[in-house]
Ligand binder design. Sequence first.
Ligand SMILES: [Cu+2]
Length: 176
Amino acid sequence: MSECNRVSAPEPAPTIPAAAAHTMLTCFADLSNQVPAAHRHLHFSERVAEDRSTQFFITVNRQRPRLYDPDEPPAIVTRQGRVEDWTIENRSTEVHAFHLHQLQFVVVEEYGKRTHDPALRDTVVVPYWDGKSAFPHITVRIDFRDPETVGTFLYHCHVLDHEDGGMMAKIRVLPR
Ligand SMILES: [Cu+2]
């Protein structure tokens, strides 16, 4: 019998204890309903350098676009215990995937329209700009309330070439 014809017994479905499932659902709904303490605006952008290589940036609006440098101070400083909305805009003509370490978020708006997606994520795709319409943008609601999430973390594009090309920055979460 070949590998393809072999039929294995189905694995039993994993079960989530009722109490844990209830806590998870409450947690998702709870984050969507929180009033954010801050609303930040960031954008993805790219630039072709003199040597023809592409430079990749993730920038807090009104800050200077910078390639990631581990010696630079964090681009964002916030405090544990808060909930924040971040709008992430794509000003480039290719897709980027916003990824945040250590923290979780829900998507609350796509292109300025309210979404009702309860999924707790650490990554979201921001569609490419077509070169003429408004920049595509996604708003996420980030949860800084977990006492464990204090310290300095990275956020970056999850496309490896872009991350390696500079599209990464630091956030520092101060204790409450
Ligand atoms: Cu990217």
